[in-house]
Design a protein around this ligand. Structure first.
Ligand SMILES: Nc1nc2c(c(=O)[nH]1)N[C@H]1C(S)=C(S)[C@@H](COP(=O)(O)O)O[C@H]1N2
Ligand SMILES: [Mo]
Length: 162
């Protein structure tokens, strides 16, 4: 399933829609936005990432855009969160130990928010650390979001994965 052609599509309310490979995320986004290993920011996580801020500089969201939609097509998982709350801290992992992410590792791309809230405690919760990320979309108002809404749904989702 490791396919170096896998891309991250950026669409919606942006000046420039994009479709980027892991290599493009690593090379086309300025070095100042690259994080060599997110372990420095998220103690239990690892991987090379780009700060969301760097991606925003490339695509330039419209001023009206309020939410960022994080889509994981593989398992049809979606989160839509306020852009202002994550624009300075969101991270997109694009490589792990020098290779693109496999599905087992949450690939093609994985979103992480340092200092997220516990699951379901806030809009910006751990559940918004979207795996299998392949599409980011900017919207006015909240977009499609099917994160679990109660403890039972959450437990059921985790039971499916473990
Ligand atoms: N694509 C996708 N991303 C997902 C999920 C999911 O089911 N599918 N679960 C979310 C939930 S509810 C949580 S709490 C975290 C768990 O991340 P972890 O398994 O890396 O600890 O991933 C989030 N990202
Ligand atoms: Mo969660």
């Amino acid at each position: 399933m490791n396919n170096s052609n896998q891309t991250l599509r950026i669409s919606g309310l942006v000046q420039t829609e994009l479709e980027l490979t892991a290599t493009q995320l690593a090379v086309d986004i300025d070095a100042e936005f690259q994080v060599a290993d997110i372990a420095t920011l998220l103690p239990k996580r690892t991987g090379a990432a780009v700060q969301l801020q760097g991606l925003l500089q490339l695509c330039v969201p419209a001023p009206e855009a309020t939410h960022i939609g994080l889509h994981g097509s593989l398992d049809d998982f979606h989160a839509s969160i306020p852009l202002a709350a994550v624009c300075d801290r969101g991270l997109i992992v694009h490589h792990l130990e020098g290779a693109i992410l496999s599905v087992d590792q949450g690939g093609p791309f994985r979103f992480f928010i340092p200092d997220h809230a516990a699951c379901q405690m806030d809009e910006i919760d751990e559940c918004a650390n979207v795996k299998f990320l392949d599409h980011i979309e900017f919207t006015v108002g909240k977009g499609h979001d099917n994160r679990p809404q109660d403890e039972q749904q959450h437990a059921a989702l985790h039971a499916e994965q473990d």
